[in-house]
Design a protein around this ligand. Sequence first.
Ligand SMILES: Nc1nc2c(ncn2[C@@H]2O[C@H](COP(=O)(O)OP(=O)(O)OP(=O)(O)O)[C@@H](O)[C@H]2O)c(=O)[nH]1
Ligand SMILES: [Mg+2]
Length: 579
Amino acid sequence: MAPRVMRCIGFVMILWAFVLLYMGMNLYQLVEESRKSTQELLHVRSDLVKLKEENIQLRNENIKQIKKLNEDNIIRTSRSFETANTNKNLLEKLRLSNKKLKNLQDEYLKAKDSDSKLSINREKLRRRISNQLQEMWFSVSGHVKILERMVSEAGRQDFHKFLDTFRELQQITELDFNEFFSMDGAQNIRDKLADELSNIVQKRLYNLQHPENCDSARKLVCSLNKGCGYGCQMHHILYCFIVAYSTKRTMIIDSHGWRYSSRGWEAYFQPISNSCVTSPHGVEWSLNHEKNLVIHLPIVDSLFPRPKQMPLAVPLDLYDRIPLFHGHPFVWWIGQFCKYLFKFQPDLKAEIEAKKKDLKFERPIVGVQIRRTDKINLEAAFHEVDEYMHWVDLYYKKLALKQSIERKLVFIATDDPSVLAQAREKYPDYLFISDNDVSKSARLSSRYSDESLRGVISDIELLSDTDFLVCTFSSQVCRLAYEIMNSKHTDASDRFRSLDDVYYFGGQQEHKMKAIWPHSAKGRSEISLEIGDLIGIAGNHWNGQAKGLHHNSQKSGLFPAYKVEDFHDTAAFPHYQDE
Ligand SMILES: Nc1nc2c(ncn2[C@@H]2O[C@H](COP(=O)(O)OP(=O)(O)OP(=O)(O)O)[C@@H](O)[C@H]2O)c(=O)[nH]1
Ligand SMILES: [Mg+2]
């Protein structure tokens, strides 16, 4: 083997050793935290018992004293001053003791949280480690790709072998780590909590859409005439719905002149209200929006003023509970709006179910969405089928570590009808299913038609029903599928791989990350981080590095993606009386 290759492999081995050390540190921190919280709990518990005993003793003493004083008082009024003072002192002692007891009880409850099955700190740490394990793969495979370019063909083979060994080790670690965490037996508690919160939000949305008196109800009109594709239009409706919820207005969908179908929203989806669906057009949203009974919302790009509840904000009254079961609270939140909005009319529902049967759509299945045609080079880069299949292959390799797989099923959704044949030819060991007529109708020449609309709706529905999504998040079609997917699971936040953007919601406020490990810049392209620093993320390069704007220094640059985590924006939404 050439010395250069040896050096490169040496480098990668050092990197791997570093990675193991890093993981070890995290696991150590986890075990240490759990040990500390148990000790703390025992300590607080014994203090509490002691204080309770003291308190009872004091109370008894006080009662005895008061009784005695009352008797004495009758006989010895001359000493009443002195007894009153003793009484006062005892009462003061009792008050202080009660206060101490209350503080200890609070502390006990806090410590109990860290000892109970669901603890926010533990969930946070679990997600951190999962994220770091993923970033570890991005980092090592990213480095190997660079090194590969520097060596001969024989050297490349060695790198492939090394990467495959590392892949197996990394995937096994992920599987064992998930197993370790599932031992807390808390998944059913998470599922129950997710259901409870979902029911609360669905009820609130239902009530919002069914005011007692529709004529006098405050309303928000949302037009379905935004000049863009279906995914973009559905995100427009979703944004309107969030503003409607934030301003306590019933949302009216105005789908007259919808470019996809003259038959309007209700030809495909169930009405979003049974009692309040039409309205006069309304006054345009403005600084005085509160004064008007009916307002019309512009597209998000021209929205002014912008309510603080805009994406990616999550309502404060629910926020303390969402991270207990979901890795990306905003995605759960938007998923709840999808759940309310996208209820198919019976004929469309039956059509989609029949298509699933025809295609033999079964689990396990990976969903791949390949956005081409008008998007390429104008808004996004071209990606070969191989780039998507790389992640599909990794998904199935990981699955094969814990179960036998009869066939590797892949559902393809695309606006490029040539993709299916390409994939089938190049990957004969996979079973690809797709509706090629839908892809044909999605071409620009026939896109805005009833047939194409039914096609894109069913593609999105099927994508959302897969186990894992591989796509480009620059496409609203895939982001919508991911959001709907998250309305169907307790937590589907990590069931995706995007070849380009990180998740975003069009028109969102800045997506912030928080530094969880310090970093000192290595070179001019990097930025330094202190723990707690905020960074507005511009993108993840999926090679261990992310790019963003450092808030304090206002410097833009690269930093290790594993040293930050999402900073969740919250906002006070109006109060809904239902809990
Ligand atoms: N059936 C089907 N149609 C698609 C697919 N990809 C794109 N299309 C069609 O092309 C349209 C693309 O427009 P948008 O929905 O706005 O999504 P986008 O253009 O990928 O994303 P933005 O440019 O951010 O809006 C879709 O709404 C569909 O009509 C696909 O995978 N399946
Ligand atoms: Mg578009």
